[in-house]
Design a protein around this ligand. Structure first.
Ligand code: NAD
Length: 494
């Protein structure tokens, strides 16, 4: 059984130095709410500046003690792999907790989030086994060795849409290179990451290497990212929040990577395999309840196939099973919060006012009023300039535009403040290559939605972020280069 709270009360608490720590005095309690029923499932004890300081100091002590940073690569790999095995062992219970706090269907959580959570640790275990220092001799008599050392203590700030999968990518990367860290889950979904910390302890990770603080972004998050004891920051979340975190990082002169929002184009050309394009576009738009940074939320259809594609796309949308996210047959669950649901619905109203045609949805799901359920929304937009095509909505919301030539499609796709990912469906290598090379986005998927190899960096152009997450990209953030120059020609005989 995975324990997420203190033994006797349903409070979500900080995890510091390998144990739950309950802030007793003057604590603000925040409800953790099940989006399917709107019932309170736990109370989160918000950590203030003092608690954040305690967590950072625990991480600093763990780092200074060298009990983790100095262990051999083989031993670190062993611990990382044991953590992955324990996540697999507890996958059903972790998935249940993830579903009740996010509303994301269990089939998706079980098939995507949990395997990803474990794979983060296996990937970085493998990755650190392949790294090597560089040695070179530029000047006769001197040997220069450049090596990468752990950066120290990392602040890791995670979003609510994939708490384990994304939060543990940061943890696995940080600790694989020998660092300690303080993680702040989203206050909306704080249940599973502390549960994973308990598994890390069971796997033999020394206390204090991974710590968790909880609370709202402007309270706990702001205290963490501005703490002078933090050596590097890794953030995934909204673009507005990214600006605040960038300012904090700049003030302390600390490196930061930011995985931010998106408004990605999904380009369907007239030579695409329509069956594959339709099912791939449904996945790109609506999996994870449409709450994914990489959503293909701007559907760009070549005019000659637009009607045929839309007919199938609407039929596939109509066939999606909306319901209880714990039901294995459910494909679309409730949105994570009522406020977020209202925000997504407000975009449908704004789209109408901007002259969009509502092709599907736009309101609550009949029969599911007790939770944050809406029907998926598809609108046909008069131009790419409207809010439905420019703003990140972060829900099951697709804006459709048509184009005449692939050059036009690329221009429309690039007319965005974001640049996270892009999708293209075509049988032509030349078209795929043109889109792949000319789209201003960090990841391009050709004839597939969302395949991911952690060796490849993930991240965006423009307002979608700074830096990447992946093998080499994480090595860059979580380690520092040091050059050691040794004179090896002796002036005296041996
Ligand atoms: P958010 O920015 O509201 O919150 C993310 C995290 O930042 C939370 O833990 C929050 O408490 C914290 N935070 C908020 N204000 C802060 C501050 N001033 N200082 C420090 N921390 C602060 O984002 P969200 O609503 O949790 O997640 C949705 C957003 O995340 C979307 O925009 C989505 O596109 C983005 N996202 C991006 C990626 C990616 O890889 N690019 C992946 C998933 C989600």
């Amino acid at each position: 059984m995975v324990r997420t709270t203190t033994p006797d009360r349903d409070y979500v608490t900080a995890w510091i130095d390998g144990e739950h720590v309950l802030r007793e005095e003057h604590a603000t309690l925040l409800p953790v709410i099940d989006p399917a029923t709107r019932s309170v499932i736990a109370e989160l004890v918000e950590d203030d500046r003092d608690m954040v300081d305690r967590a950072v100091m625990a991480a600093r002590r763990a780092y200074a003690s060298r009990t983790w940073s100095d262990v051999s690569v083989a031993d670190r790999q062993g611990t990382l792999r044991r953590i992955a095995d324990l996540i697999d062992r507890e996958a059903d219970e972790l998935a249940r907790l993830e579903v009740v706090q996010t509303g994301i269907p269990v089939s998706f959580v079980r098939s995507m989030h949990l395997p990803r959570a474990a794979n983060n640790f296996r990937f970085f275990a493998d990755y650190i086994g392949q790294r090597a220092d560089h040695a070179f001799e530029q000047e006769a008599g001197y040997r220069t060795v450049t090596r990468r050392e752990p950066i120290g203590v990392a602040a890791l700030v995670a979003p609510w849409n994939m708490p384990l999968g994304l939060g543990l990518m940061k943890v696995a990367a940080a600790i694989a290179f020998g660092n300690s860290c303080v993680l702040k889950p989203s206050e909306a979904t704080p249940l599973t990451l502390p549960a994973a910390c308990a598994l890390m302890k069971e796997a033999g990770l020394p206390d204090g290497v991974v710590n968790v603080v909880n609370g709202r972004g402007d309270v706990t998050g702001a205290a963490l990212v501005s703490h002078p004891g933090i050596d590097a920051l890794s953030f995934t979340g909204g673009t507005q929040t990214g600006r605040a975190i960038g300012v904090a990082a700049a003030r302390n002169i600390r490196p930061v990577t930011m995985e931010l929002g998106g408004k990605s184009a999904n380009i369907v050309c007239d030579d695409a395999d329509l069956d594959e394009a339709v099912s791939g576009s449904i996945a790109a738009a609506f999996s994870n309840n449409g709450q994914q940074c990489l959503a293909g939320s701007r559907l760009l259809l070549q005019a000659s196939i637009a009607d045929a594609f839309l007919e199938r796309f609407l039929a596939a949308t109509r066939a999606l099973r909306i319901g209880d996210p714990l039901d294995p047959g459910t494909q679309l669950g409730p949105l994570q919060s009522q406020a977020h649901m209202d925000r997504v619905l407000a975009f449908a109203a704004a789209a109408r006012a901007d002259g969009c045609d509502i092709l599907y949805g736009g309101g609550l799901t009949a029969g599911w009023a007790e939770g944050n359920y809406i029907d998926p929304i598809i609108v046909s937009a008069p131009s790419n300039a409207v809010s439905a095509c420019q703003d990140e909505i972060f829900g099951p919301f697709v804006s459709v535009l048509t184009f005449d030539t692939v050059d036009d499609a690329i221009d429309i796709a690039n007319d965005s403040p974001y640049g996270l990912v892009g999708y293209v469906w075509t049988q032509s290598i030349a078209r795929a290559e043109a889109v792949a090379s000319r789209l201003r986005a960090g990841v391009i998927w050709v004839n597939t939605p969302m395949a991911r190899d952690l060796r490849a960096g993930f991240g965006g152009y423009g307002n979608s972020g700074i830096g990447r997450e992946g093998g080499d990209a994480c090595a860059q953030l979580f380690t520092q280069e040091k050059a050691v120059i040794t004179k090896h020609v002796r002036s005296t005989p041996l």
